[in-house]
Design a protein around this ligand. Sequence first.
Ligand code: ADE
Length: 225
Amino acid sequence: MRVDIITVLPELIRSPFEGSMMKRAIDKGLVEVHFHNLRDYSTNKQKSVDDYQFGGGAGMVMNIQPIDDCITQLKSEREYDEIIYMTPDGETLNQKMANSMSMLGNLIILCGHYKGVDQRVRDMHITKEISIGDYVLSGGELGAVILCDALFRLIPGVLSNETSALTDSFQDNLLSPPIYTRPAEYKGMKIPDILLSGNFPEIEKWREQKAYEHTMARRPDLLEE
Ligand code: ADE
C-alpha cells in the first residue's frame, strides 16, 4: 500500500510513523508513506493556504489551488484507489471499513484544517470522506494517523502474529473477551480456572461466551447489526 498524506503540518504527524507497528510496516516494505506539505504547492507570495469564507462567517477555509495542484500532480504519477478527506462530517470509521480499505493499493489522505476545505475540492477530487468520531479536532492529521494505523495492521505480514488482528475487538461485531497473563494469582486475584485447563475447545467456548456477554453489556448495538 502507498499512502500520500497532504497536510499543512507534516511535522505533526511524522513521528507516529517512526515507531512500533507503522515503522515495521514501512521497514518491511509493505507500506510506503509520503508527506506533502500543502504550503509547497501554494502559488502566492505568502505561501498561504487559507482565506476568509465567502458570505461571511467565523473561521478560515482552505483554498482550492494548492490542494488541486497537489492532488493533480499525484494523480498524474499513478492511479489512486481512493482520495480521502478527513472530516467530522464524513462516514464514521469502523472495523468493517478498515478491513475492506486495507486491501487497497494507493491512497491519498487530505487533512482538513481551520473550518475545512473549499467545497469545490470535495466535488472535484474526493472519493471518500472519513470521520474518526463524533467530535471536532483542530485538523485531520490525527485522524489520518488513526486511519493508517487501523489499515496497516491488517496488511498481511505487518503483525508478527497473523491471527492476532483477526481476534481483535470488532472483528465479527464482538468486543474482545478478558485476557490474562502471568502470574496466575496476584494479590489473591485468580485467573479463571478454565484458562489453566489445557482444554482448548472449552477455552474457545469460554472466550466466545465472554465476548458475547461483554458486547451485550457494553455495545448491544453491535449484536443487532
Ligand atoms: N477533522 C476534524 N475533526 C475530525 C474528525 N472527527 N474526524 C476526521 N477528521 C477530522
